[in-house]
Design a binder for this molecule. Structure first.
Ligand SMILES: [Zn+2]
Length: 309
């Protein structure tokens, strides 16, 4: 993977802090010695949702007393001074008299507007022989909240528990777990998904054979047969070529669970979450609007024509 070559920037650090799940390593050329001021590593401003009543929206947050956890500032200064002397005396091991940056940092930001809301992250800078230096988020408060579509939660009903567990797994980089939860949702919701998809295809004038295949899928109670039927007659020229979106999601999740790494599965789980939302919410809303339109037309057609001519 290309991650090894990611250039270290303050923007990269901001992305890791704000958006990355816990324990996902980013291999990057972070400075090897500890800067005395963490401003060399940290973004000047981070925009984040502030929940304080004064704010209640995205606000700028500033660094407030972020620090290296392994030593106090005084201890650090002592080590730097000692190392510098060793360098002067020709015994330097570290090349620049600095302290290696490997260790854990407590990163603390405060809302610049209300001065009340705080954001905390714990970041480890480390090194492994295979891929070099990395940064890894090992904790945060408040916890990472992945945006959850309220309309999707409503459509999921009982299965929202599984969905929330999938989201929690994504936020902690347990992608394989997330894929397993999502696959269970597809199993539980298979008929609903097929019905929504069938209605869309009928509205798009799906051919007789495609309708038949989708009806057969709905008519059987055996899950594997449902998958076989929906794969049988594929829509032409729409969706991903050769894939019904329901079977596509199921296959991608199964493939992830069997063959991919946790990190790769996080991506699969995020993609499937998007498609699941698109079908259960987006497509269903389109179908509903088409239904209302058809009913309106029918009602108008039935009305006797009265009045002026
Ligand atoms: Zn605020």
């Amino acid at each position: 993977m290309e991650i090894n070559k990611t250039k270290f920037t303050k923007e990269l650090m901001a992305t890791v802090l704000k958006d990355y799940p816990l324990y996902r390593r980013v291999y990057t050329d972070v400075p090897k010695t500890l800067p005395m001021s963490l401003t060399d590593l940290l973004p000047d401003v981070i925009y984040h949702e502030c929940e304080h009543e004064k704010c209640g929206r995205s606000q700028p947050f500033n660094n407030a007393d972020s620090r290296y956890l392994d030593k106090t500032a005084a201890e650090l200064e002592k080590v730097v001074a000692e190392n510098s002397q060793r360098v002067v005396g020709g015994l330097g091991m570290l090349g620049g008299g600095g302290v290696p940056s490997y260790g854990v940092y407590s990163i603390h930001y405060r809302c610049k507007v209300c001065w009340f809301s705080e954001l905390w992250w714990w970041i480890e800078i480390g090194y492994d022989t295979a891929q070099g230096t990395y940064i890894e988020k090992v904790g945060q408060s408040p916890p990472l909240q992945l945006p959850i579509d309220g309309r999707l939660i409503k459509k999921l009903g009982e299965d929202q528990k599984l969905f929330r567990r999938a989201q929690t797994s994504i936020s902690q980089s347990y992608g394989i777990g997330a894929c397993a939860y999502l696959r269970r949702i597809i199993q539980n919701k298979i008929d609903t998904l097929i019905k929504i998809y069938r209605e869309k295809r009928v509205n798009q004038d799906a051919g007789e054979e495609e309708r038949k295949a989708l009806d057969q899928a709905l008519g059987t109670t055996i899950f594997d047969d449902k998958l076989k039927f929906i794969k049988q007659e594929l829509p032409k020229g729409i969706e991903v070529k050769g894939h019904n979106p329901v079977s596509l999601m199921y296959d991608k999740l199964s493939n992830g669970i069997h063959d991919l790494t946790d990190d790769e599965c996080v991506q699969v789980a995020q993609d499937v979450t998007g498609l699941l939302t698109e079908i259960l919410v987006g497509l269903e809303e389109q179908n509903e609007s088409k239904r209302r339109y058809n009913e309106g037309i029918k009602a108008l057609a039935k009305k006797p024509t009265t009045g002026l001519s």
